[in-house]
Design a protein around this ligand. Sequence first.
Ligand code: CP
Ligand code: NVA
Length: 307
Amino acid sequence: MKRDFINLIDFTKEEVLSIIKRASLFKKTRHSNSKSRKVLDRKTIALIFEKSSTRTRVSFEVAINELGGIPIFLNVRDIQMGRGEPIKDTARVLSSYLHGIVYRCFKHEMLCELAKYSSIPVINGLSDYSHPVQVLSDLFTLYEHFGDIKKLNIAWVGDGNNMANSWIEAHLIFGFNLTMACPKGYEPDHQLLKKALKNKNFKLTNNPVEAVYGADVINTDVWISMGDEEESEQRKKDFKGFQVNKNLLKKAKKNAVVLHCLPAYRGLEITEDVIESKQSLIFVQAENRLHAQKALLEFIFKKERSV
Ligand code: CP
Ligand code: NVA
């Protein structure tokens, strides 16, 4: 059976850990591991994107290439789907040409529909609901830095957006302590919250200081995600006080690290000095997208081959 990667929660803890460990090996042996080149052996994988991307697009293209596959980038405006061709028709047609699809979309339901009607694996390259490939890479980054993920105190400061939802799923999988500070009205997905709030070590607050107090990891993201641009001015007002800056960082543990999936808006959700500080793992995080996605592709396509 094909394995899609729509949400982090689609995978078990053991599966995520095995991918993280492989990512570590891919990182160490990037220029010497000839075996890894054969995993995608001339398989063609399309990247269908409705939104801009630097990291996801480039890291997937390079990952696919380095695993011996062929990436095809498709801006949704250039294919008939952009003119309204039904996704279920697109899915069936593309399944007959390709071996896999990475899809970045506005509406999560479109992604689910694509996965449902495709006979090939579909990977979520970001939707309005979740961003699992980013959080997979972030978990790898924390594993590299701290070793054991399970014991960490992780704080989320900012919007309850796609990244926040995937962090809740990571909490549900690994059971680490997660405290999220979101302004009123910007909480994460209601269903996910309902599940997480059953755990004693998950908290939701409106107070960023409470969230970062004693944290090992401070995590944030843009206040205005792709698709939210019309709300820009209101959001800038509502998120005042939710900036990750030196003062906030001081409330966390001395050796706390800062994560941001990028792109960042300096002076809004995060300050320049925090991005550039020694506590920032932001650019390691970005590099790790490549290694984590190679491990993800290997996991998905090795499974494919064995059936
Ligand atoms: N973090 C991330 O997904 O970046 P891009 O939008 O550049 O792909
Ligand atoms: N929450 C952001 C993440 C960008 C990688 C967005 O959806 O625009």
